[in-house]
Design a protein around this ligand. Sequence first.
Ligand SMILES: Cc1cc2nc3c(=O)[nH]c(=O)nc-3n(C[C@H](O)[C@H](O)[C@H](O)COP(=O)(O)OP(=O)(O)OC[C@H]3O[C@@H](n4cnc5c(N)ncnc54)[C@H](O)[C@@H]3O)c2cc1C
Ligand SMILES: *[C@@H]1O[C@H](CO)[C@@H](O)[C@H](O)[C@H]1NC(C)=O
Ligand SMILES: *[C@@H]1O[C@H](CO)[C@@H](O)[C@H](O)[C@H]1NC(C)=O
Length: 544
Amino acid sequence: MRFARVVPVAVAAFAASVAGQATSPIEPQDFNVTAALENIGVDVEALPDPPAETSAVQRRTLTPCSLACTSLAILFGNDQLLSEGTTAYDSFTATYWSAQQGNLNPSCVFKPSKTLDVSTLVLVARLYQCPFAVKGGGHAAWAGASSIEDGITVSMENFKQINVASNKQTVDIGPGLRWIDVYLGVEKYGLSVVGGRMAPVGVPGLVLGGGLSHFSNRRGWACDNVASYELVTASGVPITVSATSYADLYWALRGGGNNFGIVTNFKLASFAQGQMWGGQRVYLETEFTKVLDAIYQFTVTGSNTDLDAAQIVTFAVAPGIGNLAFANLHYAKPIANAPVFNNWANLTAIDDTTGLRYMSGMADLLNQGAQGPGAYETWWGISLKMDRQLLQFIVDTYYAVYATTANVEQILFIMAIQPVTEGAMKAMQKNGGNAVGLNPAKGPYFILNFNAAWTVAADEAKFHHAINTIIKTVKAEAKRRGLDNDFVYLNYASEYQDPIGSYGAANKARLSSISKKYDPTQVFQYLQPAGFKLVKGAPNPNPP
Ligand SMILES: Cc1cc2nc3c(=O)[nH]c(=O)nc-3n(C[C@H](O)[C@H](O)[C@H](O)COP(=O)(O)OP(=O)(O)OC[C@H]3O[C@@H](n4cnc5c(N)ncnc54)[C@H](O)[C@@H]3O)c2cc1C
Ligand SMILES: *[C@@H]1O[C@H](CO)[C@@H](O)[C@H](O)[C@H]1NC(C)=O
Ligand SMILES: *[C@@H]1O[C@H](CO)[C@@H](O)[C@H](O)[C@H]1NC(C)=O
């Protein structure tokens, strides 16, 4: 076997060709993958011959990945290419948050360490027509969201940059980071960013699908606070995507998930942030009427009076204690019990962790007691218009259906209510708006999401059936009352849901035309089947 490493000279040539636009991100009809690989310094002669031309239909069923994996091993060696049957491979698949994702067996795992490696990967996958999946923090729950059976799993774990700009307005963040790393990194500079609320969750999936944050009421979602992306396109060309450079792609990346390319850097808007106030209060069922009043008031009026405030309320059952509500209240300034939370002031909590902490401390706190990787997991989400009576109906429906699963061994089965405030929707409109299609004139909305976790693989259908039953019942009632809403949050969607379709026909059509412009052979639709695709509705249209 000959070794054909990507030589430094070729790297320089690559950079020059990109700078000179010799390689356009919009590929010509006669785009030649072999020539493109040679252009970036890959000695294609040293790689196995690709199989004879496969038809578009064949390439969706064939998985000719041993050639692609062999090629990556030749080019990158064993540090960056993990083969099935090795301990490194096994410990990699164990890093997925859900067992369903970790149970898939890719032909190999590739760990690019720089943008050029990502370009090489895309072109090698195209050369051999081997499907791939891209993994960031691995927190998407369903099998095939960021993992793949028989293809190449591309792990972004080596992209760990945290570079604060000298003017402190932006920070370059690598897609291999978890949110805890990001907060700890930027807090040294007195800064924070709009990002995830639990320590171990990954950066890229959360940002590309939206990104609900404690700071969203003032600043919008994480995707609304990206100054620019470095994106490797279908032709392997890295481009900088911003409001002024490839503006159509910039809009599409704000909610469009993994449909447009592989992101190697997020330049996030940063802001001065010291300690904040927040934490969790736990309430018994005797307080539920007041809890629902408080959720309602915060969403329709309170959140408008003070953009620094955030609220999430989760319902659960604690064996031996009963039904519980967990209110997570956060405030961006170091002020305890700001007036915006007055509706929460007179409730009796059985536990209260509110206090002053940095965002990193909040992210650790919220993660305390959370289950680590490896359980069977499911997440589902819908959105509805806020209404006090509907809240009661939802809580009653959840507990009634929950009771039907009481005898199934489980780690948890919870439901959360999160407002999509008018402030957040207003902030989503900056820099041309995002792709998710929420109309600020029609809100406020709330996202209702479910997470179940269990240990016995065969119980999956029971939890899927229970959650689907709650959602069908709640949506029918909401429809009857004129409170239903289409939007499905991509980062909470199950494989039975269609978040991209929920953005509305016009937005979906616009996303599709942008996809065809930059990815004419639809690499990120067919060759990268992982995730929620433009060309497909729900990954699995038949919920149990
Ligand atoms: C415990 C927990 C807490 C959560 N908290 C929040 C929260 O506070 N706010 C919120 O909004 N959501 C939250 N979520 C949902 C979260 O946003 C999703 O799980 C998200 O997918 C996590 O991103 P990841 O990088 O870890 O996921 P992954 O599973 O690695 O990836 C998710 C998707 O992104 C794609 N992708 C990954 N990297 C790249 C890349 N570099 N380029 C292109 N595509 C890529 C993958 O292919 C996949 O389709 C939470 C989830 C969990 C399990
Ligand atoms: C593609 O490029 C390679 C290498 O430059 C060349 O050998 C091959 O003939 C080209 N294929 C086509 C169809 O032009
Ligand atoms: C909370 O209780 C105090 C004292 O009983 C009362 O004055 C106040 O109006 C109550 N606040 C709310 C929001 O109910």
